[in-house]
Write a protein that binds this ligand. Structure first.
Ligand SMILES: Nc1ncnc2c1ncn2[C@@H]1O[C@H](COP(=O)(O)OP(=O)(O)O)[C@@H](O)[C@H]1O
Ligand SMILES: [Mg+2]
Length: 381
């Protein structure tokens, strides 16, 4: 299956099982049963691409597909629901009335609450009725950015159970946490929604994706950098694109590889921009953690950050939810060494040295081996 979206021209790599699952659910909906799916996964893992790939199956099964992507840049009432439901050229009387109401909202300086409630009830009605004649699918991408009024409608409907004759897919990132979204997720969970967590690509699929992007086999140096992407397709694309645009990509006897290390500087910048959404507190703490290496122990980080462990946890929770760090027993591990390196290289040199000096003390007190402590002492100079 290929799709015009996202500039992709090849089938999705490494997602056969997930696509099969979604195809099955679409077939279930086409058979007249309502299904709701909550698709969660870290930024760039491929949520939008996966739901985009449903278009082909929807056409085959003759299921009408309505999709929209929420955006925090468009916070006005019902932005995402009206994108999904009111854009068709042939509208029902209810849709025409609703569109008229929204036009009036958007023209007015303020909208009275009861008008919002009325429009919300009309959207709920529209969603209930849309499947009356034939099955359909609704994909709302990035609901973590949805306007509040649309979330309210989704919340209300969850009390009635899955939408009649419909496959509803809501995609979302686990962070930043929004209480309104958490309430929607909880309500749909109680209504029997399926949770699908989109995991990073395997090592093999990571290389396969890079090979698609460069147009042939990739060499050892590029593979080395690809291994730091933690299987995140967006980072894979960033690696390939940055190597190419920096002129570091060379082809020798049909094998594509990156030469030198100069291109890693702009790569770090690209990666740091990708994680800006985590917010300053989380990024500062993760920057400190980057000094400790790919994996670290929470109490060591707390010593380094000069904060109580509980405070560190509270901040790091967001990094955990975002998949930037993962818990492995009592250790924490950076999910993508690419991100750790970008954070580390982004530390001002003075600060980095000071952190290494503190790490040497903290680790030595905690009983770390002398050779580890001395690595930090070296880097503190
Ligand atoms: N399985 C995949 N195979 C090939 N490319 C992918 C795959 N998953 C994602 N991509 C590419 O990676 C980038 C990020 O994917 P996207 O679907 O936008 O992630 P998300 O919606 O989870 O943030 C896009 O450029 C997309 O085309
Ligand atoms: Mg997306």
């Amino acid at each position: 299956m290929s799709s015009p979206g996202h500039g992709r021209t090849w089938p999705l790599v490494g997602r056969a099982a997930e696509l099969d699952d979604l195809d099955d659910l679409l077939a279930t909906a086409a058979g007249g049963q309502g299904v709701t799916v909550l698709l969660e996964g870290e930024a760039g893992v491929g949520k939008s691409s996966l739901v985009d790939a449903l278009r082909g199956s929807a056409r085959l099964l003759d299921v009408q597909l309505s999709t929209a992507r929420a955006s925090s840049m468009r916070p006005w009432p019902f932005a995402v629901l009206s994108d999904a439901l009111l854009q068709s050229p042939s509208r029902t009387p209810l849709e025409i009335e609703l569109a008229g109401l929204l036009d009036a909202f958007y023209a007015a300086p303020t909208v009275p609450d009861d008008e919002i409630v009325r429009a919300g009830a009309m959207f709920a009605d529209l969603l209930r009725k849309r499947g009356a004649a034939r099955p359909w699918a609704l994909v709302l991408d990035d609901v973590h950015e949805s306007d509040a009024a649309s979330l309210d409608v989704l919340h209300e409907l969850a009390h009635e159970g899955a939408l009649h004759n419909a496959l509803v897919i809501l995609t979302m990132r686990p962070v930043p946490y929004r209480p309104e979204l958490a309430a929607v997720v909880a309500a749909w969970t109680r209504a029997g929604a399926r949770h699908l967590e989109l995991r990073p690509l395997s090592g093999r699929a990571t290389v396969e994706l890079a090979e698609h992007l460069v147009g042939g086999p990739v060499g050892p140096s590029l593979r080395g950098t690809l291994a730091t992407t933690g299987g995140n397709p967006r980072f894979v694309a960033d690696v390939v694109r940055t190597a190419r645009s920096s002129g570091a990509l060379v082809t020798t006897e049909g094998v594509h590889d990156a030469t030198g290390s100069v291109w890693l500087v702009p790569l770090d910048e690209v990666v740091r921009r990708r994680i800006e959404y985590l917010g300053n507190d989380v990024l500062v703490l993760l920057g400190q953690a980057s000094v400790l290496g790919t994996s670290f122990v929470m109490t060591d980080l707390a010593m380094l950050a000069q904060e109580p462990v509980a405070d560190c946890w509270r901040t790091l929770r967001h990094g955990l939810a975002a998949g930037v760090v993962r818990a492995r027993g009592d250790r924490l591990v950076f999910g993508h060494d690419l991100v750790r390196a970008a954070l580390y290289n982004g530390l001002p040199p003075d600060e980095r040295r000071a952190l290494h000096a503190r790490a040497a003390v903290a680790l030595s007190e905690a009983g770390a081996p002398a050779q580890i402590v001395s690595i930090h002492l070296d880097r503190a100079r």
